[in-house]
Ligand binder design. Structure first.
Ligand code: FAD
Ligand code: UDP
Length: 405
């Protein structure tokens, strides 16, 4: 008899499995239909021995000390600040748009102080900022919107920015200085030995049993359990009663090339060329040293594995109907990006899972999470239990950091 059946071994399911097992001594069965733990954050070594992210680049960043400290129990970190270039007008320029982007693109020598004036001269201010078009055009004007955002967004979402909620393009800031980091969060780092190793540590508890390659519907009627935590798509759980909720999918094309480096930074975005949106070169993220390099190209798709909820008013309305059904199910907790139809980053999903756990145990989140830190600091989980990979393909303890990456 299990106390909890947890569907999905991504961040949402794994954090709850960890908390329930370690924090409350509950017996947990964690089921995933994929052949691995980690959900979309899963990483592995490819044939060349290079650590890659199977489902596209995952960069950890958060402003939440609580989330960072919680995960730090299960991994050490490699400091990493993400930098992205966009291929625009035949040049690779910084995105988010900053002082250097404008000077490079237009051959100008503006100073930081002059940048607000520049943006003011091109912006088309909006009284109400409702859509993803409003956000960008209202801040940097139509020309920069078309160079950097319109084509990328149409490719990525199959929709015009005017059809998407403001929050989608608002994820990307605009800067008047030379800061070219993609994120401005307090904590920015990569798990030193990768995400999968961190998940192995999270789930390393006698009370957690893991069943992979299994859709929960194959076992739900034969394995006894008290309550369920569901982290898959919410519309699928209710057999699409109100119709399908749109989720955007991607095709990932991985390749390894016989040269040490291909790109100046980890990610290059292609707003206006190619069918793919961006190309990621993994060694920039992981710090791994290797004479070859592995990259992934992301091709957006309408059908396929669900990766992104699509934030727009009609979808939010449809989600609300599923949310109402979910709220009637006191035996099931719906958690995570797919089950709550929220365009969440990893840290937000961890925070959401910790909040659900706190509600389950009737404590404040800080208390429910801190219980972990107060345990004997769990050094054992930081020591690899056994080496599962050939030594040559394991990241060095202190990987060389490529400066300027
Ligand atoms: P998931 O990771 O999707 O896990 C859900 C799991 O449930 C899956 O493994 C699935 O197989 C399983 N499942 C579903 N239905 C069933 C079923 N019926 N039976 C059994 N198992 C089932 N976030 C960041 O913070 N930084 C980034 O740089 C970043 N980059 C991203 C890049 C891409 C291309 C994508 C798609 C996402 C990115 N994210 C990033 C977001 C991040 O992936 C998510 O926030 C996080 O992985 C969500 O975790 P989750 O547990 O909610 O869902
Ligand atoms: N975006 C864009 N051009 C870019 C980068 C982002 O138009 O060069 C838009 C696009 O709509 C994208 C959204 O901003 O989906 C959010 O970007 P982010 O990099 O956060 O997307 P994610 O990493 O979640 O795919």
């Amino acid at each position: 008899m299990f106390d909890y059946l947890i569907v999905g071994a991504g961040f949402a399911g794994s954090v709850l499995a960890e908390r329930l097992a370690r924090g409350s001594n509950k017996k947990v069965l964690l089921v995933d239909r994929r052949p691995h733990i980690g959900g979309n954050a899963y990483d592995c070594y490819d044939d060349a021995g290079i650590l890659i992210h199977k489902y596209g680049p995952h960069i950890f960043h958060t402003n939440s000390r609580e989330v960072f400290e919680y995960l730090s129990t299960f991994t050490r970190w490699r400091p990493y600040e993400h930098r992205v270039r966009a291929s625009v007008d035949g040049q690779l320029v910084p995105i988010p748009i900053n002082l250097d982007t404008i000077n490079q693109l237009y051959g100008l020598k503006l100073t930081s102080l002059e940048m607000e004036g520049f943006f003011a001269s091109v912006a088309e201010p909006r009284e109400v900022v409702r859509t993803s078009e409003d956000v960008v055009v209202g801040r940097v004007g139509r020309e920069l919107y078309e160079k950097f955002f319109r084509g990328y967004t149409r490719k990525q979402w199959g929709l015009d920015p005017s059809q998407l909620d403001a929050m989608v393009t608002a994820r990307v800031p605009v800067r008047t200085n030379r800061d070219d980091r993609y994120f401005a969060d307090t904590y920015q780092a990569m798990p030193l030995r990768g995400y999968t190793r961190m998940f192995e540590n999270l789930l390393d508890h006698d009370n957690v049993k893991i069943l992979l390659n299994t859709d929960y519907r194959e076992i739900v009627d034969v394995i006894p359990y008290e309550k369920m935590i569901y982290t898959g798509p919410v519309d699928e759980f209710f057999d699409y009663r109100y119709g399908k909720l749109p989720y955007r999918s991607l095709r990932f094309e991985h390749e390894t090339v016989n040269q040490e480096w291909v790109q100046p930074v980890a990610v290059v975005n292609y707003p206006n060329e190619h069918l793919y949106t961006r190309v990621t070169e993994f060694k920039h993220l992981t710090g791994q040293e290797h004479r070859k390099s592995s990259l992934v190209y992301e091709y957006p798709l309408a059908e396929g594995d669900p990766y992104y909820p699509v934030p727009r008013p009609e979808n939010n309305e449809l989600y609300k109907k599923y949310q109402a059904l979910a709220e009637e199910r006191s035996d099931v907790h719906f958690v995570g990006r797919l089950a709550t139809y929220k365009y969440y980053n990893m840290d937000q999903v961890v925070a959401q899972a910790l909040s659900v756990y706190a509600r389950i145990v009737g404590q404040k989140r800080s208390e429910a999470t801190r219980a972990e830190a107060q345990r004997p600091a769990a050094p054992t989980v930081l020591t690899p239990r056994k080496e599962r990979r050939p030594a040559a393909s394991v990241l060095a303890e202190a990987p060389a950091v490529r400066t300027g990456a």
